[in-house]
Design a protein around this ligand. Sequence first.
Ligand code: ADP
Ligand code: AMP
Length: 210
Amino acid sequence: MNLILLGMPGAGKGTQAEHLQKKFSLANVSTGAILRDVSKSNTPQAKKVRQFLDSGKLVPNEIIIEMLVKRINEKDCANGFILDGFPRNLEQAISLDDASVNIDRVIFLRISEDEIVSRMSGRRVHLASGRSYHVIHNPPKIDGKDDITGEELVQRDDDKPEVIKKRVEVYFRETEPLLKFYKNSQINFNEIDASKPMKIVTSKILKALS
Ligand code: ADP
Ligand code: AMP
């Protein structure tokens, strides 16, 4: 089973990907997490990537497509994967076809712009694993610490109001056209109301997959 999770930043893609990964033993492929990891190294590419992340712009296709195709050719993706954050524009979507990547289903998490602002400003992440929490809706067991490792949780640099605004703008311009693209394709497509509590969103996704 190869899935794509689509939706505005903060819609809950990473949160739901974590559940699906556990339930179906799928590889969880978050391009945002891959890029955050790359941005931490001390290379010229890291510096370049960091500039895009910090400004809320998309990393150029020639960089991200190559990274993604390499990642889904890794062994753990052979039994299926969840793409969280890819594709984010038409060229990226077409690149999956070009690389003969089969996608079984696209799940679109629908949410309003108003809701994502509070979700992203309350988000706290464990950078090493990509696990995400929310100070109100999904707090860690111990304040500020990851439930599994006990390591520090951080607020993402791009979860600041001015960068959130830019990311939403980029979403509407570049990513939203993918809804039409996938609705008109042969790939199964489900739209889920992502404004509901996490458990309800999860059960709706599981229903769509059954
Ligand atoms: P995305 O991966 O789409 O950017 P996340 O999964 O990181 O989004 O979720 C964004 C924030 O919203 C996180 O802090 C997460 O804990 C919280 N969140 C996710 N789903 C819900 C939900 N259904 N209700 C309330 N908060 C949610
Ligand atoms: P995310 O973790 O999905 O919210 O992504 C965080 C940031 O990583 C985005 O704002 C982009 O700068 C970058 N990014 C993630 N996925 C992609 C992608 N598929 N294409 C280009 N940039 C991406």
